[in-house]
Design a protein around this ligand. Structure first.
Ligand code: NAG
Ligand code: NAG
Ligand code: NAG
Ligand code: NAG
Length: 454
């Protein structure tokens, strides 16, 4: 009995940390992408044991991509911790290796900073759907709320307006947008993946999916308490106005409104529109405002470790309350240690997998993992970085802010711009050699949003 028990336990333990058969190559153990200079290896801690096993040691807390490497995280860290005996959600644990085994530098309590759209309720309508991440799903999502919406070919998100301003990023397909400005000018445009729109608060607008499969996009509203259920919808208003008044307003007779929808349509199947020229109303007066912007047509800022595109009111003037940066983080690279002085960051992970540690002062820090379709929050002024976890999937991220300008402070640039003597005494007391090497690295430091770490 005892022996059987022991054997079962052994089998269980083996299954728990040895999925799949561990790859003992140095490359894999240290999570070092191929092609790194050999001398770097000498500086890495060497553990003969795979991550998440009792024998594993990593005093430097290297990243582990448990999804990509198909490893099952377990709470073993540098000789401490043990197995999980109770019920568990293995998929969620694999998605959160840095929650199951936090880096040894994490400390204190911090509210949750992660939500996946996969955990949001989906409202299904004719030919489309919508799901949201607001302060109700993620309590730290205070400044902004996000909505992920899909409209199939010809499907319309009906004419509506709302109390909040709306910013959007097209994720896939094609979409026709229409809006009215305060001077009575009409705006119409067709957008594709990587394009943006912005409708100031209260401005009426509509959206329609174009092309074979319509469209999908991310909407951002400049209030975390926004609800996609509480917009001002045309058919809702008409259905709740006495028909006698509709008759007076439109100079018709009340019975001519007998067949209007009895409640809001919200999302519904429409017919395929003609070209913008064909669809112009007779009184068409072209708006003098650009409500859209082609973010991906922008020349990117090339950094040592990837590409950045920043869109805010300096290059998209109407977007007064939302600023954004699109990042492509290159092999082995790091979105450098930085913070944002003017707004909370609402991060949307578009591709790949990432590790982010948020530093909240007073010794508090917590690490979160994110993958495509996840939302992260970094409250303003809290220091953080974004590390590309995957070995094979590119990492693409949108940093979004309730602000007119994108603003950040780079740790690297700050230290390089400070008196060298002070940095040496501050960070390397009693270690002149370390100080000298460090000072050499931050000489002529410029902001480098995504840093190649080699
Ligand atoms: C539309 O979706 C179908 C099914 O997913 C796919 O096979 C087709 O390539 C898509 N067409 C376009 C233009 O993306
Ligand atoms: C959020 O909105 C709801 C409904 O409008 C309201 O009852 C609630 O007080 C609001 N919460 C905050 C924090 O503004
Ligand atoms: C709108 O943007 C286009 C380029 O995308 C530019 O050529 C045009 O001048 C802009 N119009 C206004 C009114 O800003
Ligand atoms: C993320 O890093 C891996 C290697 O660590 C690389 O293969 C992948 O291409 C990177 N992502 C991007 C956007 O370069």
């Amino acid at each position: 009995m005892q022996i059987t028990h022991l054997l079962l336990n052994l089998a269980y333990l083996q299954a728990a940390w040895a999925i799949p058969a561990p790859d003992y190559s140095l490359q894999k153990l240290l999570q070092i992408p191929a092609g790194h200079p050999a001398e770097l290896l000498g500086q890495q801690p060497i553990s003969r044991h795979p991550p998440f096993s009792p024998g594993h040691r990593d005093p430097y807390d290297h990243k582990v991509d448990s999804v990509g490497d198909e490893r099952q995280p377990l709470p073993f860290r540098n000789g401490d911790g043990t197995t999980v005996m109770g019920p568990r959600n293995r998929d969620r644990e694999r998605q959160n290796p840095d929650l199951v085994r936090p880096p040894s530098t994490d400390h204190g309590s911090m509210p949750n900073m992660r939500w996946s759209f996969a955990d949001s309720h989906i409202r299904i309508e004719e030919g489309g759907w919508t799901r949201q991440t607001t302060i109700r799903e993620l309590p730290t999502s205070r400044e902004l709320a996000g909505v992920n919406m899909r409209l199939d070919q010809g499907v319309i998100r009906e004419l509506h307006w709302h109390t909040e301003a709306e910013w959007a990023y097209v994720l896939a397909g094609k979409v026709r947008v229409t809006a009215l400005d305060l001077e009575g000018g009409t705006f119409m445009d067709d957008l594709e993946a990587g394009d943006l729109w912005y409708f100031p608060a209260g401005h009426p607008h509509s959206l329609q999916g174009l092309g074979e499969n319509g469209t999908e996009f991310l909407l951002i509203f400049d209030d975390g308490n926004f609800s996609e259920e509480s917009t001002f919808v045309l058919t809702d208003w008409l259905a709740h106005t006495p028909k006698a008044v509709l008759a007076e307003n439109f100079r018709m007779s009340p019975e001519q409104f007998d067949n209007i929808p009895k409640s809001e349509k919200y999302i519904f199947q429409g017919s395929n529109p003609g070209s913008i020229d064909q669809e112009k109303p007779r009184t068409f007066k072209k708006s003098k405002i650009n409500f859209t912007h082609h973010m991906h047509a922008q020349e990117p800022l090339e950094t040592s470790g990837g590409r950045v595109r920043i869109t805010d009111s300096t290059n998209f003037p109407i977007s007064k309350t939302v600023a954004a940066a699109h990042l492509e983080i290159a092999p082995g690279a790091l979105r450098e240690m930085h913070w944002h002085p003017n707004a909370d960051e609402w991060t949307y992970f578009k591709k790949g997998r990432a590790r982010v540690t948020i530093f909240a002062a007073e010794g508090n820090a917590r690490t979160f993992n994110y993958m495509a379709g996840d939302v992260g929050i970094v409250p303003r002024n809290m220091g953080h970085f974004v590390e590309n976890l995957s070995d094979d999937e590119p990492l693409e991220v949108l940093e979004i802010f309730r602000a007119d300008r994108f603003r950040d402070f780079s740790l690297f640039q700050w230290l390089g711009s400070s008196p060298r003597r002070m940095i040496a005494e501050n960070v390397f007391p009693g270690d002149p050699k370390g100080a000298e090497e460090f000072l050499k690295k931050i000489e002529d430091a410029e902001k480098d949003p995504i840093r190649d770490t080699i």
